[in-house]
Unconditional design. Structure first.
Length: 194
């Protein structure tokens, strides 16, 4: 699950995790109401009702229409059903743990292949090697350029074969190289295009 998707799910639950907003949805499920009617029914002040309605409208489950000078609100029951189906589907609920499982697996790979800061061996598995290389790439500042000898010095602290690790980092796109100068991609340290 991406961060944006997780944010959407959290917004859904945070918005509905309020007794006043849930009661408001219950009242709107039976028909349209104005802010003053909702305030009277729910024993809330009109500005509080307006605040709750704004959150429910932002979520997309409540619609408003103007009736003269009065704003009338109604439940968008189809939007609520669609949002609920999307967010509470079995696949979506299972995806809540996807990143946890991936993080746990990466931690295990790092434990298996590192002894402290020392890399015991370069993994033969491409997937495990990618985890190790990402960790090594973070040894280089994103805003810096490094000479090849400096890259070797950093990598020697982790493994006796810095040349292989250097080539692997470049091959994986975690470091870029131009005329024996290395940097992390996407950083401000990239040299100008020739």
């Amino acid at each position: 699950m991406t961060e944006a998707e997780l944010g959407r799910v959290l917004r859904f639950f945070k918005t509905l995790a309020d007794a006043s907003r849930l009661r408001m949805l219950g009242v709107l499920a039976s028909g349209e109401r104005s802010v003053d009617e909702l305030a009277a029914l729910l024993d809330l002040r009109p500005p509080t009702v307006s605040h709750h309605l704004a959150l429910l409208r932002e979520l997309g489950v409540v619609k408003m229409r103007a009736e003269g000078n009065v704003h009338v609100y109604r439940l968008d029951d189809e939007a609520l059903r669609a949002l609920s189906r999307d967010i509470l589907s079995m696949e979506r609920v299972a995806a809540f743990a996807d990143s946890l499982e991936a993080e746990a697996w990466e931690r295990k790979v790092l434990r298996d292949f590192f002894d402290g800061e020392r890399l015991k061996e370069i993994p033969a598995s491409r997937k495990k090697r990618a985890v190790v290389l990402r960790r090594l790439a973070h040894q280089f500042r994103a805003d810096a350029r490094y000479r090849e000898t400096e890259v070797n010095e950093v990598l020697l602290r982790h493994h006796p074969d810095p040349a292989t690790l250097r080539r692997e980092l470049v091959g994986a796109g975690l470091l870029q190289r131009h005329q024996s100068v290395y940097w992390r991609p996407g950083s401000e340290a990239e040299p100008p295009s020739a």
